[in-house]
Design a protein around this ligand. Structure first.
Ligand code: URA
Length: 167
């Protein structure tokens, strides 16, 4: 349930934390309120769910009572996430929120300190922004999330303008 959704040839990949109740019921990531906000965030960068973007979570099953996933749970789900990344081979990953980013980068840090930089996740450029569920509760951060999305577009543009010389 909540495994992943989208275009298998997507250039963009968005990685969240773990499915919630709605996601568990529908078997698709980000379908609740946070998912609606994610859809508008994607629209801001001219993306539509299912087209040129693949959406997944670090953890594939819903942690009881929506608690944060535990290290062992993240570890158990890792091979599935790696499989998804290898299948999609996205050009750019957007990590949504602290839990996703910290578990992907394997070091403790705040979203504030991770934003605005291009990180490396297993050789793929990755940027970090706020989780949409957090943005639903914290309006001021929405403007910052917009900045992050602009940064994501610029980063993607930069990646696309790099041409590899034929061998
Ligand atoms: N929050 C997440 O991190 N992932 C989902 O799929 C839904 C809500």
């Amino acid at each position: 349930p909540g495994f992943g959704v989208g275009d298998r040839r997507a250039r963009w990949m968005v990685i969240g934390e773990a499915p919630g109740e709605n996601e568990d019921l529908q078997g698709e990531p980000f379908v609740g309120q946070a998912g609606k906000l994610l859809d508008s965030m994607l629209a801001a960068i001219k993306l539509k769910r299912g087209e040129n973007v693949y959406i997944a979570n670090v953890v594939k099953c819903r942690p009881p009572n929506n608690r944060n996933p535990e290290a062992g749970e993240v570890e158990q789900c890792e091979p599935f996430l790696h499989g998804q990344i290898e299948m999609i081979r996205p050009k750019l990953i957007i990590a949504l929120g602290k839990v996703a980013a910290v578990n992907l980068l394997k070091r403790e840090a705040s979203v504030t300190s991770m934003r605005g930089k291009v990180h490396d996740y297993r050789g793929i450029p990755m940027i970090v922004t706020y989780h949409p569920a957090y943005l639903l509760r914290s309006l001021p951060e929405k403007a910052r999330a917009c900045e992050d999305l602009c940064f994501a577009i610029e980063t993607m543009r930069g990646l696309q303008s790099v041409t590899v010389a034929p061998t």
